[in-house]
Design a protein around this ligand. Sequence first.
Ligand SMILES: [Zn+2]
Length: 273
Amino acid sequence: MPELPEVEIARRNLVRWFDGRRLERAESDPSRIFRGAERARFSRLQGRLVSLVRRGKYLLFAFEEDRGLLAHLGMTGKFVRRQEGEEVPYSRARFHLDDGRVIHFADARMFGRMEPVAASGLRDLEVVRDLGRDPLADGLTAGQLQQAVGDSRQDLKVALMDQGRVAGLGNIHAAEALFRARLHPTRKPASLGPEDWKHLVQAIRESIDFGLEEQEGEEPVYLEEGRTENPFLVYGRGGGPCSRCGSTVESFLQAGRTTHACPKCQPRGRTGK
Ligand SMILES: [Zn+2]
């Protein structure tokens, strides 16, 4: 499932694909990715891409003449580039460029989201305004992380996935960062010491950097699609050996999501469950 690194790779691909090109025609099929938004406005997008900003897992497209688009990849959404006339499975919306190429937004499960709005209003959208600090776009220090997450009474991993606290981390990279920092996902934020926050912020950065390297390329492939080997240290390794110590990785549910952790490398700590 796309998280900060995958969305950032999508942004970089899109910037490259739009570079020097004009969007001649935008069109879409009726689907739930538009939610309550006005789908007809999508077809009014045109011209040059002025800027493409990522905030957490959101992409903010600004085209000429104040035409804008908010996009979220959801669970299975991806942007792919093809020649005009080529078919793309699950294509829901398309940008036709002046070089004979088409950028498709393909989304099998349709948890993705498209919302055409005025470009000047993108940052004022509630979902964007409510986002916490973005570790890559804004930078994140140990102190800033502690300030954002430290007062949460939820489990540490659940708090890290709260987009209003830190923007961009999901189930994969929260689990990976905690493994790298040797912190158990059920630790309470209040139980962390200054060294823990330092390790955790470093681990978040490493996990994001790893994700960026892993996903670099034209065609995004998500782990859930089953065509790729699991590249992660702990995520998705429940029941198997820990990549560091060989102990059996545990898996359990946390706020409805499956969490993976090594009981030896990530001790539950005195305030853990
Ligand atoms: Zn281990």
